[in-house]
Design a binder for this molecule. Structure first.
Ligand code: PYC
Length: 431
């Protein structure tokens, strides 16, 4: 449990005055000097990296930890996602894992003493074809066996939950059914970053922003520079200096395969952009999260009234995060098929993030063939949902020097062993 925030209360005028003068704001976390050595170095200052650092300190007393980010905390997928959380996955392994994350999200405001605005508003995945209905039934059965509240409902019930949806049979893609998952919802993504960062800082974890990892230093491996399988990590080189450490955890998204390659590890990942957009705010009318796989769109309404949309990943591999007109046009067309009433709303902004996609749409977690080099990567479009449980389990993995049961299905070795965890069928939209 972290310290209670005892910051003084200010009037609106005093806040404006302090803001305008830009002085004497207390720092929310420190800006420490880079130490020459750490017990653990976490690469990536998003929810996964910060949660890992926090749980290392809070659950296991491992506090000599650095989190390195080449930009600012939350600048990657953690600040670019559509803030949706759920646990209605397709495989028993996936369901158990994401459900633990939902538990941690549920109590996060109290646990970390910061209002992360978790809104358990329910999650509807629409089915417009017979095969989609079959997949929803399959997911509902897997979910129920794990005690997850998830069931298939018909158009009348869907209309009651989300009256703005066009559930008539006369549309181009009539809504036949939906997978309804009441525990799903949304949570304020940047608040999650701040909550973990502040809590980790309170335990003495050092967070270094604008500190890029340029190499992972290894010895004893068969590859060039002593890297690759059989090697052992001894440190990292960064844009701000060298650090010696026996443990490096790769918690990056977008650049996960590049960081792994620095240790001589090849990851089965391709990186695609995923675009999202937000409208102007209007009166709140959409009480739940709505996803349509066939129409490649998901939407929720923020407490301020904006509609937040996401789509499929772009169908090409790149690190480019520019928005495209194709996305905007297709999104608008598909949204209007679902909710014709929003035709007059204005889109304010669009952006993109990077998704690292593995062949089975499940992550790569835990130990690798390089001693001391661990991965928490390959999240595709599921990364934000998994942040808390990933941090908790990666911290346990390091502290116990053993792979926890909850993440053992996601080992890198599954691609050699052929034991895949196919989660493509649980994606919000077709990719
Ligand atoms: O799988 O629920 C999902 C999702 C939402 C946004 C990206 N993926």
């Amino acid at each position: 449990m972290i310290r209670r925030n005892r910051a003084p209360r200010y009037s609106a005028a005093a806040l404006l005055w302090r803001g305008a003068r830009n002085d004497s704001w207390p720092r929310v976390w420190r800006d420490p000097a880079l130490k020459k050595s750490y017990d653990v170095v976490v690469v990536g200052g998003g929810v996964h990296g910060l949660a890992t650092a926090y749980y290392l300190a809070a659950n296991h007393g491992i506090k000599n930890v650095a989190v390195l980010d080449k930009a600012y905390l939350g600048s990657g997928g953690s600040g670019r996602n559509t803030a949706i959380v759920r646990s209605n996955y397709l495989t028993p392994e996936g369901v158990a894992f994401y459900d633990r994350s939902l538990d941690l999200y549920n109590t996060m405001s109290a646990d970390l003493n910061l209002n992360v605005m978790f809104s358990e508003r329910g999650h509807l995945t629409l089915a417009h074809t017979d095969s989609a209905v079959r997949t929803m039934r399959w997911r509902a059965e897997v979910n129920k066996l794990q005690n997850i509240d998830s069931s298939v409902i018909g158009p009348d019930e869907i209309k009651k939950i989300a009256p703005s949806l066009d559930t008539s049979p006369n549309t181009r893609y009539p809504i036949l059914a939906a997978l309804y998952h009441p525990p799903g919802g949304t949570i304020r993504h940047d608040a999650v970053v701040w909550a973990y960062a502040r809590a980790a800082d309170a335990y003495g974890v050092d967070m270094h922003q604008k500190t890029e990892v340029v190499d992972v230093v290894c010895e004893g491996g068969d590859g060039p520079d002593g890297k690759g399988p059989g090697a052992k990590v001894t440190g990292v080189r960064t844009s701000k200096g060298d650090i010696s450490t026996p443990v490096v955890i790769n918690c990056t998204a977008g650049w996960a395969s590049l960081i792994a390659a620095m240790a001589g590890i090849q990851l089965p990942i391709t990186t695609h952009p995923l675009q999202a957009a937000v409208t102007e705010p209007v009166k709140v009318f959409l009480p739940t999260v709505v996803v349509s796989g066939s129409l490649h769109v998901y939407v929720s309404q923020t407490d301020r009234g904006e509609l937040v949309f996401g789509a499929s990943v772009d169908p090409f591999a790149t690190y480019d995060m520019r928005g495209t007109l194709d996305f905007t046009e297709e999104l608008a067309g598909h949204v209007l098929e679902l909710m014709p009433a929003v035709s007059q709303m204005r889109l304010l902004r669009q952006w993109a993030g990077l998704c690292d996609i593995t062949p089975d749409y499940s992550p790569v977690m835990g130990f690798t063939p390089v001693e001391g080099f661990l991965c928490d990567v390959g999240w595709g479009t599921y990364g934000f949902k998994a942040g808390p449980v990933s941090g908790e389990q990666m911290a346990k993995c390091v502290a116990d020097q053993a792979t926890p049961d909850l993440i053992s299905p996601f080992a890198l070795s599954r691609f050699d062993d052929g034991v895949l965890v196919g989660e493509k069928g649980a994606a919000a939209v077709g990719h």
